[in-house]
Design a protein around this ligand. Sequence first.
Ligand SMILES: [Zn+2]
Length: 382
Amino acid sequence: MFLSREARAATDQVLAWMREAGMDAKLDAIGNAAARYEGERPGLPCLMLGSHLDTVRDAGKYDGMLGVISAIECVHALHSRKKRLPFAIEVIGFGDEEGVRFGTTLLGSRAIAGIFDRKALDAADATGKKMAAALAEFGLPPERIPEIARKKGAVLAYAELHIEQGPVLEAEGLPVGVVTAINGFSRLRVTLRGAAGHAGTVPMKLRRDALAGAADCVLAVEKTARGLPELVGTVGRIEAKPGAINVIPGEVVFSVDVRAPHDGLRNQTVAAIRSQIEKIAAARTLGCEIETLQEFGVTACAPRLMQQMERAVERQGYRVRRLPSGAGHDGMALAAITEICMLFVRCKGGISHSPLESITAEDAAAGAKVLCDFIEHFELSA
Ligand SMILES: [Zn+2]
């Protein structure tokens, strides 16, 4: 978890591996492990590589980390041959991508991209500790965060290797795939207010049961999302108050997460879900409040970078498969300052965010070889 004792130990280990691979490495102001391998001469613009070092609770060990150590391994391969390229390479192990601790995602990559929102410093974790205080405890003064923002032109491109977190590559028998775009997402928090009452004495027709209303809403989200092939909609969290076996639920709060490869489709769907929830609430005389927690548009991978990645895939002897990413990634933030691309590595059963997350050593090697090939053949501009 971001800025935890365990995160510090992991980050220190990654910094040590970065130095072993021939890079200058340091902990930056937002808690990223940040390393640089100079090009043919010092100070050249860089090709940025990386992924995230944080995880969710009960996670697997490849989501994020695989992209960081693969990138380090590629630099190590160059360094051991004393090879310098016409550009620098930076490898970043982002301190926060998942947003588990403070409820707001992509903190590490947003800081690098210069789009870190200072309001996030006031966000508190489950114990009530604010991010500013957690950073200070980590030895990181929050006022230094703007200093790590890269200037436009300093980053030629951002390339990330990541496990697929889906079943497509496994189904097609391929070790790697080239990502076309990262789907956009919308997250809502819905509060329904009815009337709590005794589960034994209030007749059914006089009830204003907020949880029964929420159940209708959950099904409405599912039905709407099912009708659209490229779209997914999920209610992943629900809380009923007061939460007793013999009390009619008076208030329910639930989340809605909608993702799609087209922003227009996602916005239309979110509007449709909102109006259905409002209708359901009105029909049941429930109070209804819908807040937008977070929204992110589709991030397209740059065609010229995808083509370069595809040539690397072919040179390494694999068939090219393009696929979109349903999960969010650090590239969404980096796209604010540079073009991005991604390489997916097959994972077992498409499972991630679970201790069952698994990849083979052969696939890890295939991914690293393609990434190394991409780096060595990287073309600075179109
Ligand atoms: Zn990840």
